[in-house]
Design a protein around this ligand. Structure first.
Ligand SMILES: Nc1ncnc2c1ncn2[C@@H]1O[C@H](COP(=O)(O)OP(=O)(O)OP(=O)(O)O)[C@@H](O)[C@H]1O
Length: 746
């Protein structure tokens, strides 16, 4: 460790040599790009060189690498000594690799944690051997300030026993600790130097299958998903373009929050959107003129604001859950089958060749079979096109066999006449097939109680079907749709017309995926090539009970069942201190959730969370303002005052704006995350992190699964400090079981 390390001098010399090489590279690159050129190829090369130069000047020269791995290859016994950095550095004159890019295949050894029986993949080949050294460096401005040896798990195992015993309690290696304790600002940053082996497996997972990650709060899901994009673009430049990557995230503010880290990772032109923004754009052309989509915030108010009508809540939950479910997906597929069975007559087609009076017939069964079996894989409208071609071929076949038999040769004019006749007959025949239109079909299905009952699986209760149809009918009568109608409508459009190829992504990340419905995820997968999807989320943070996923099995056993999806879990949490995570875990203990485990915080201690209960609102505002001032003095930059509801945020803002300078109120329409001191409702804090969180009205979170999840989300946002406030004399139902020693009452 540290500068006293026995190999410090050797390593510093190596670093000096590397920097000297970089300096000469910088000189050469500056020279190369100085000349203006009209040659397109040269312009492209120069643009790449300018990028390389910028990296070397801005970061590479100061800190060319962060790690080293020594690898003894099996059989040949060749020792590879590899220095790993954020970008690869190659000598321009000899093409020797000076620093290996963290995304390169061999760099995997640095992260994978295995020492004996280690391997990495080079294309299809597996290179085996032993990692004889894994070394981390802390480097500041070209000087080594720390050297840390050993892969975490192996070192502990060697010296102390089973690493899992330590990980249970929260363990962290020294290098990671040094990194985590650095002053934290609110933005996400790259973690290339400290990626842990279980995170590495996800980043480097096979590209052509969906991967689903269940990870506790702060386990690095967002961070890893973005690193995975960087890994994919580096390794599959020939088949993937970052322009065709898509990142779906819960709100617009979150997107700006993550956007800083993408250029750092070398992927700057990725598409980013919320599911609703993207899907609404696709759905708009399908809607009749004048129709509107209602605000997705409406249900949030209905479920989280106080004094709401319970029957309205039940009705809305029934309707919205149904519209996002796999049962609804099945009903949409059934609907098409139903239309085919009941509305297509599959009559035989007969036509006569006037010249010979011969009558030809194509039997109804032939047509039915072609439509139902041969073209079953196609969307409905494309099936019609294929069927028409198929019938025409058959008509031609019969007709020309007949002409051959009679040795009749049709001249050009005769052929044209025959062609015209076929077209007219086909036109008339095909008009017996209904033309389906997604919107009208969806409206029919979702508002007709009898029809829906017939097509939906029997396990869905009649009451739910009535709720779905009646309340959808009411909404549609006002020429409005809700956000939850978009996915079923797009899915139906896909079964009827197919999804436009222009919309296809090379890879898609879905962050906070637990808040999308299964059907929404199915729609995203239709728009993604080769099912190359990274889906990350946490069931324990699923706050949209009325729409989101309840179990990852809806994906792994449902939508992706046939695609061999990979499922990973992450239980180590890196964001908050042990003290904060212990309190947050108490909330989760109150509810029984499948597939979720309690977060294991890494070993980073801080102050215990504080609980306050001022007697009046005025006292609360005074207390909060004072705390904000003193946290600011301590140097904390991002401080969030978090309320349960949108309404409460507005009130808190009113109460605090005079006394807190620069306070910003945030709502779901905001697309910029301003940093500083902010007030916002809990649901908007999803995915974000702050130095300090002041959580108001914790007594208003009721003892039910949905409030518990919302409270858990809010409590797991701070990196350093958490303050919880409740009314004097009230007992927060979700914190009743929390042992007193976990927090400080003030
Ligand atoms: N291996 C790591 N080394 C250093 N920091 C890490 C590592 N993994 C995660 N982190 C840090 O942990 C914090 C949380 O990461 P991130 O926001 O990606 O987690 P998440 O799982 O998406 O969280 P949540 O579900 O709570 O929103 C970030 O500050 C990130 O930099």
């Amino acid at each position: 460790m540290s500068t006293q390390h026995r190999e410090y001098e050797r390593e510093q010399k190596k670093l000096d040599d590397t920097i000297a090489i970089i300096d000469s590279e910088i000189t050469q690159l500056r020279e190369d790009i100085r000349e203006a050129t009209d040659d397109y190829v040269k312009q492209v090369v120069n643009s790449k060189k300018s990028k390389d130069l910028r990296y070397l000047e801005d970061q590479g020269r100061e800190k060319p690498y962060f790690g080293r791995v020594d690898f003894m290859k099996d059989e040949v016994y060749e020792l590879d000594q590899v220095y790993i950095g954020k970008r690869g550095i190659v000598r321009g004159d000899t093409f020797d690799s000076v620093v290996v890019d963290w995304r390169a295949p061999i760099a995997s050894l640095y992260y994978s944690g295995e020492s004996k029986d280690a391997f990495y993949r080079m294309g299809r080949e597996i290179v085996r051997g032993e990692v004889t050294l894994k070394r981390n460096f802390a480097i500041e401005q070209g000087k080594i300030t720390g050297i840390y040896d050993g892969a975490v798990k192996e070192t502990i195992h060697r010296e102390m026993g089973d690493p899992d015993d330590f990980l249970q309690e929260g363990f962290i290696d020294e290098f990671l600790a040094a990194n985590l304790n650095q002053a934290n600002d609110s933005r996400l940053k790259d973690i290339v130097a400290t990626i842990q082996s279980e995170q590495n497996d996800i980043i480097r997972a096979e590209k052509e299958r969906p991967i689903v990650v269940q990870g506790v709060a702060g386990s690095g899901k967002t961070t890893i998903a973005l690193h995975r994009l960087s890994y994919l673009i580096y390794n599959y430049q020939d088949s993937m373009m970052s322009k065709k990557f898509m990142v779906f995230a819960p709100n617009r503010m979150f997107l700006t929050y993550i956007s800083d880290v993408l250029p750092e990772l070398g992927v700057d032109d990725v598409q980013q959107s919320t599911f609703i923004d993207w899907a609404a754009r696709l759905v708009k052309p399908l809607l009749p003129k004048g129709w509107r989509i209602t605000s997705p915030d409406k249900p949030i108010q209905l479920f989280f604001e106080a004094d709401q009508d319970e029957r309205e809540q039940e009705l809305t939950r029934n309707r919205l859950r149904f519209k996002g479910s796999l049962v609804c997906k099945e009903a949409l597929e059934q609907y098409i089958r139903y239309v085919i069975e009941t509305r297509i007559p599959f009559k035989k087609l007969s036509f006569q060749y006037n010249k010979t009076k011969q009558v030809f017939t194509i039997p109804g069964d032939f047509i039915r079979q072609s439509f139902l079996e041969q073209f079953a894989h196609l969307p409905y409208q494309r099936r019609l096109d294929s069927l028409r071609k198929h019938i025409k071929q058959e008509m031609n076949k019969q007709m020309f066999a007949h002409l051959r038999e009679l040795k009749i040769d049709l001249d050009k004019q005769g052929l044209a006449k025959f062609e015209k006749m076929l077209e007219t007959i086909l036109e008339t025949y095909m008009s017996s097939f209904p033309t389906l239109e997604a919107f009208a079909s969806y409206r029919e299905l979702i508002t007709d109680i009898e029809l829906l009952r017939k097509l939906v699986s029997p396990e869905i209760e009649d009451g739910v079907i009535v709720d779905v149809c009646e309340s959808s009918n009411k909404l549609f009568a006002e020429e409005r749709m809700e956000a939850e109608d978009i996915a079923p409508l797009l899915y139906l459009q896909h079964i009827i017309e197919g999804m436009s190829k222009a919309e296809h992504f090379d890879h898609t990340v879905i962050d906070e995926a637990q808040d999308l419905s299964a059907l929404e995820i199915a729609v995203v997968s239709l728009a993604t090539k080769s099912q190359s999807l990274t889906i990350v989320g946490d069931i324990a943070q699923g706050i949209h009970s009325y729409r989101g996923i309840h179990s990852w099995e809806e994906l792994t056993q449902g939508i992706f069942q046939k695609l061999r999806p990979s499922y990973y879990t992450l239980s180590q949490s890196y964001r908050s201190t042990i003290e904060i995570m212990q309190c947050a875990n108490e909330v989760l203990r109150q509810i029984d959730l499948p597939e979720t485990v309690l977060a294991k915080p890494v070993l980073r201690h801080g102050e215990k969370p504080i609980m306050i209960s001022p007697a009046t609102r005025a006292k609360l505002w005074e207390d909060i303002s004072q705390r904000v001032a003193s946290y600011r003095e301590e140097g904390f930059q991002t401080i969030a005052i978090v309320t349960k509801t949108i309404g409460a945020s507005k009130k808190a803002y009113k109460g605090l704006q005079e006394s807190i300078e620069g306070l910003t109120l945030l709502g779901s329409k905001d697309s910029q995350f301003p940093g500083g001191v902010t007030v916002m409702p809990a649901f908007l804090t999803k995915g974000l992190q702050f130095d300090v969180v002041l959580l108001l009205d914790v007594d208003t979170y009721d003892d039910n699964e949905w409030d518990a999840k919302l409270l858990y989300v809010a409590m797991t946002r701070p990196v350093h400090r958490l303050v919880m406030a409740h009314g004097e004399g009230t007992e927060p139902p979700l914190l009743l079981g929390m042992p007193n020693e976990l927090y400080i009452k003030q």
